[in-house]
Structures are given as C-alpha cells and as structure tokens.
Design a protein around this ligand. Structure first.
Ligand code: EPU
Length: 425
C-alpha cells in the first residue's frame, strides 16, 4: 500500500473570491470524434484548439496503432492518414478510452472493414454499443461480436432511415461518419443534438460531405463519393466551462470564461441562475458572478439541450452547501453517483436511492482525503474542496487529466488555493 506521500494528488483549501479570466479549451468530446473522422480519407488534417489531455493522447495511440501519424504543435494536432491503414483497435487501447468506438463508422466508410475491441463498462455503469451496431446494420454493415471484438464489414453502405431508440451521442456520430460515404440518403431520426455533433457535421461538410440538420433531432446525410482532408478548429468545451462556473459558485467571485459559448449552456446557466450564480454572454465568452450562499434547486439530467449528466457531480457538490433541499435525478447512466460517498466523507448530507439523490445543504464541508473515480467526479471533488474547511486531498487525479488541460493551473490563476503534489516532487 502506498503511503499518502507517495501518491499523486491534488490538495485544495477553502479559497475565494475567484477573480480574473480563464481560457476554455476545445471540447474533449468533440476532438476525439474529429480525430476518428480523419480515418475517412487519405491526407493531412490539422485540428486546432485541441486540449492537451490524456484522452487525446489515448486516441492518438489508437490512430497510431493503425499506421496513422499524429503530432502536436501547441494546440494543433497534425494527423497524416496514409493510403493504407490497419483497421484494428485492440483491447489494450480501447479499454483506456471508451470513445475509441468512434473509429468504427469511419473505418467502415474509409476501409470497408474493422475490428474494434469492446471497451467494457466503467465506473458509472455499463456502456453498451448496441445502438451503434443496430444503426450501422441499418445502412448495410455486417457486424459480429466474438472474443470481445466487434468485427464489422460493409461492401456497400446504403442510405436508409435510422431510428435511434435513444438520442445516443456515440451512435449518432458513428452512423454520421459511416453514412457520409453511403450510396444515397441516410436520415437519422431521434438523433443526439449536442454541440459536439454539430461540430462533427461541420468537419464532415468541410471534407466534402453533405450533412444537414445536425443540432436537431433529424440529421440527413447524403452520401458522397469523395472526401478530402481539412483544417478545423474545435468547438469550446461546455463541460470545462461548467466546471469553472461550479468553482465560482463554491468560492464566490467574478470571472470570465474566455471562448465559452453561452448558447451551448443555456439550460445550465438558467439552473445556476436559480441557485444564485449570475451569468451573461460577453464578447470574450461568458461573464459570471456569485456572492453569498447558494440556493437549492432540483436537477434532472437529460440529453442536450437538457442538463448534461457530465455536470451532475458539479451540481451535487454545489447543492451540498446550498440553502435548502435539492433532488437530483440521473436519467442517462445507471451508476453515476460514486462520488457521493466521497462528498459524504466531506460532511455532505446526501441520500441516494436508485437514480435519485436528495441533498440537504449544510453551511460548510470539511476537508478530507477523497478519491476521484472518473473525470467529472474528480473535478467535482476539487471544486467541493473550495468550500471545505481544512485540506481536501483528491487522489487518483489522473482521471481529471483525462479531460481537463492544466486544471490546477487554471484554477490557481483565478486565485484558488489548489496544488498538484506529485510523488517525489
Ligand atoms: N447507450 C446504450 N446503447 C448504446 C449507446 C448508448 O444503451 O449503443 C446508453 C448508455 O449506456 C447511456 C445512454 O445511452 O445510458 C447515453 O449514452 P450516449 O451514447 O449518449 O453517451 P456516449 O456517447 O457514450 C458521450 C460522452 C459522455 C457523456 C454522454 C452523455 C463522449 C466521449 N462521451 O458518451 O461524456 O456523458 O455522451 O452526454 O462523447 C465525459 O466527458 O466524462 C463523458 C462520460
């Protein structure tokens, strides 16, 4: 067993008010799919505004294993996709990154076959890809699963009506990326509407694809014979922006989120307004201010434009110190309440029952050693530490590194008392 001194960790102390500006990076959940889309055709792509995070590194490894060259310079990735690639993603790589299943659609369209290991579940529940498979089969793919691998092939992709059972982000993206090269028109009904889907559609259209309706529930993809490589700038990360708003809510103060898009965060900003955090659109991004005690509110996660499930741990942390009682309902993932036990260790009064959590706000949390179980849970625990007496020590910060570029540096620059402690360093 490692002693605390030997563990990589983040230490947080109560701090505030926060002030200043924080640059918001490009969206993790967009760039990972854009990187996969580079498999569609030979040539050199440049993707800008790419966050320097572990999930991007993991996706780069997935592409490299296929024979693609990926290099970074500043915030730009250059991706050189050769004429011939090995269309395989082994378990050793997919288990590191669930989003690696996004290579399935582009490989089918760009190569005609693929072998992709199933990534398995994770800390917030099972992560099946049955909807991806059903959707791809509808447009002419043959898919079999054996030994934990998905074997997919398609001699001819043929446009069709794809009716998704649920507006799955990943399934919508996979079918868009396959349908872009299908013969005829594919209509994706009950499509996911996230801004990252619209970003991917923009990328595909720059490449010569014909995708319309992205951002609505009905996306039409007219198949084309040829695509070409492009340069593209990734849309800003609304979940990173939400994380800094939560930090502000816990610590108080006035900050500007540079490059954040308020039009992508309307439901969250409204909920935060109910809880006492003021936000407004600013030429540079989003301006936000919070003074005094937060007020409780009920929260229910839903696909976009509803409240994002990825913001739920942040909202639960905020409700832990808000005045009154808040009920939080998770509608997307079965087990996304792991971090609650950690917040309870910090003194929070939270009861969970199935998909619901009841949070009775207390005045202050108290610092404690806690463990990050996933990206968003980890970020929420750091944010919780800003309103806790004493020191909060968040272990397993590598989860946070998967999705946040320089999280500690950005928070410190706003005046938060937070530092990364590395073993031996
Ligand atoms: N689902 C199925 N079958 C499928 C696909 C999804 O049952 O074939 C279920 C899932 O189990 C889940 C629900 O549908 O209960 C929603 O899943 P969805 O496919 O929409 O999510 P995803 O594409 O796997 C993306 C983000 C997640 C984010 C969700 C929901 C990426 C890389 N990940 O996942 O982000 O929580 O959409 O908005 O885009 C994160 O950033 O930390 C993260 C987990």
């Amino acid at each position: 067993m490692e002693s605390v001194d030997q563990q990589d960790r983040i230490e947080v102390r109560a701090s505030g008010p926060l002030e200043g500006s924080v640059p918001i990076s490009g969206a993790k959940n967009s760039v990972l799919k854009l990187m996969a889309a580079c498999l569609l055709t030979e040539g050199t792509f440049v993707i800008r505004n790419v966050p320097d995070i572990e999930d991007v590194t993991a996706m780069a490894e997935v592409l490299r294993a296929m024979g693609v060259t990926v290099s970074r310079s500043g915030d730009a990735l250059t991706i050189e996709r050769p004429a011939s690639i090995t269309p395989e993603a082994p378990y050793a790589l997919t288990e590191q990154l669930r989003a690696s299943t996004a290579v399935l659609g582009p490989l089918l369209a760009g190569v005609g076959h693929a072998r992709v290991a199933l990534p398995g579940g994770d800390d917030f529940g099972p992560r099946p890809i049955d909807m991806h498979v059903a959707a791809l089969e509808t447009i002419g793919c043959r898919i079999e699963t054996s030994g934990g691998d998905v074997y997919a092939s398609a001699d001819n992709l043929v446009g069709n009506l794809v009716l998704l059972e649920f507006p799955s982000v990943g399934a919508t993206e996979n079918v868009m990326m396959a349908a872009v090269r299908a013969k005829g028109t594919t209509v994706i009904d009950n499509a996911a509407r996230e801004p990252e889907i619209a970003d991917l559609a923009g990328f595909l259209n720059h490449m010569g694809g014909q995708v319309t309706g992205a951002g609505t529930s009905t996306i039409e993809v007219e198949g084309v014979d040829e695509l070409h490589p492009v340069e593209h700038t990734v849309v800003s990360d609304r979940i990173e922006a939400a994380t800094f708003l939560a930090a502000l809510a816990m610590a108080g103060g006035e900050i500007t989120l540079l490059g954040a898009r308020s039009d992508h965060m309307a439901m969250l900003c409204r909920k935060l307004g109910d809880m006492g955090v003021r936000t407004s659109s600013d030429p540079d991004g989003i301006w936000a201010m919070c003074n005094g005690r937060l007020r409780s509110a009920d929260v229910s996660t839903l696909p976009y434009p509803g409240l994002p499930t990825d913001c739920k741990p942040l909202l639960v942390a905020m409700l832990s110190v808000a005045e009154g009682v808040g009920i939080v309902t998770e509608n997307l993932f079965s087990g996304r309440f792991r971090y609650v036990d950690e917040l309870v260790r910090m003194g929070a009064n939270i009861r969970t029952e199935g998909h619901h959590a009841v949070i009775r706000g207390i005045d202050r949390l108290s610092g404690a050693p806690v463990r990050a179980s996933d990206i968003r849970a980890g970020a929420a625990l750091v944010v919780a530490g800003l309103a806790a007496d004493g020191v909060t020590v968040v272990s397993d910060p590598h989860h946070i590194d998967r999705g946040y570029e320089d999280f500690v540096g950005k928070l410190s620059a706003l005046g938060a008392d937070v530092r990364r402690v590395r073993p031996g360093g």
